[in-house]
Design a protein around this ligand. Sequence first.
Ligand SMILES: Cc1cc2nc3c(=O)[nH]c(=O)nc-3n(C[C@H](O)[C@H](O)[C@H](O)COP(=O)(O)OP(=O)(O)OC[C@H]3O[C@@H](n4cnc5c(N)ncnc54)[C@H](O)[C@@H]3O)c2cc1C
Length: 428
Amino acid sequence: MDSTRPHILVIGAGWAGYILSQQLDDTKFRITVVSPHQTFAYTPLLASAATGLFFSRLAEEPIRRAHRHITYYRALATSADLTRKTVTCAPSVLQPDGRDVVDTENLFAVEYDIVIIAPGCVNQTFNTPGAAEHCFFLKTVSDAEAIKAKLLSLLEVASLPTTTREHAKELLHIAVVGGGPTGVELSAELTDLFDEVSKTYPHLAGLPSITIHDVAPEILGVFHAKLKTHALQTFKKHGVEVKTNSHILKIDEGALYTKEDGRIPAGMVAWATGNKQCDFVESLHGVSKGTRLGRVLTDQRLRMLKDDQSILENVYALGDAADIYDRGLPTTAEVAVQKAEYLVNILNSSPSGLVQSPSPFTYKQRRMVAYVGGTDGVIMGKQDWTGEAAWLAWRSGSLGWTRSWRRKAMILASWAWNLLGGREIARR
Ligand SMILES: Cc1cc2nc3c(=O)[nH]c(=O)nc-3n(C[C@H](O)[C@H](O)[C@H](O)COP(=O)(O)OP(=O)(O)OC[C@H]3O[C@@H](n4cnc5c(N)ncnc54)[C@H](O)[C@@H]3O)c2cc1C
């Protein structure tokens, strides 16, 4: 390998890191990617995967590709010395039972010329007792698979002759904590799933229920009022209860506890209340960070800022882990993708990757879509839409997120197959 080419180290292979790993010019740079899973997750597809709309492996893409010359380490970046241009990493070792174990005994260092920091965020539980232990999250394909397995298990336990109808009702109550787009879409997909499994589990008719809890006074906070009302009406029509101003006190096996209602039995509690910074970002000292989410701050060219607001040369940051100092951009794939494509253009267009004064990054806000179940959705853009047209736009948008034609074709085939034969979860 030609060691005279600048070495770019990409930390994280989510929406931002994956695009960089696949689109940076591998004839111009030596590229190393460090990320704890060897695949990248299409997060907008996870709620569908969790409810068996298609095989969950279709919601991910491998980082290693035959035609790409990159080095990939299945590891976590644990600390960085930005002066010495070195990042310390810990292997993330896949166990036979599917768990990842971080091997802190075998740390290794990676030196770089340019580092791009994109490790995303982790789930925010606000230290709610029992949340980390008992709740189901939806950030990775493994999370989606865990939800699917739990749903199937609940349906089967509820079907046993030893399970009373009363207990079956409790088991089939799914509580979703968080009324943002992720919680809303998961609830919508669950509604469709329960509707469909009523054919394969007719003895459970009328027992499944879904409740969305949010501490805020309304769900889908950023959407226009008319769209929020539409979402609420659709949920009501499908029997989804929405509890706003609901304060979760703790979670334990089989129940959540709220300040307002006390103990509420639930077979599964899905937690979708947003993001907080990962340990690696927290470990970065002497750099500028935002006050609300603790994201590292960059200038408008995505160069990371020191805590005195001067630029750290050859250190870029993007995705959910970073924000531009005066912007407050949302933590979305839209932002991560646009920033990654901007950085790819800058780095690929210069011989050394060191462009003196590229034009600043500008974010183009695209329409915002949320699925609310039963072929209904809400879209906020130049015009607001609801109903079947919004659902169709959402479905085609889901396909748009996938970056490989093979995945698109397989997802389309799964949808067609579901129409004919039902979802995998109901058939397995
Ligand atoms: C269920 C769900 C649905 C969503 N739907 C939408 C949508 O419809 N539209 C939209 O715009 N946004 C959506 N989002 C938000 C979107 O997924 C995120 O904004 C986006 O993933 C951020 O990209 P990222 O690259 O910063 O981080 P991520 O995609 O989270 O990737 C970060 C990567 O870094 C790795 N990593 C973490 N720590 C380290 C470390 N220390 N060292 C090395 N690697 C590390 C992680 O394992 C991961 O692979 C959704 C999110 C979820 C969870």
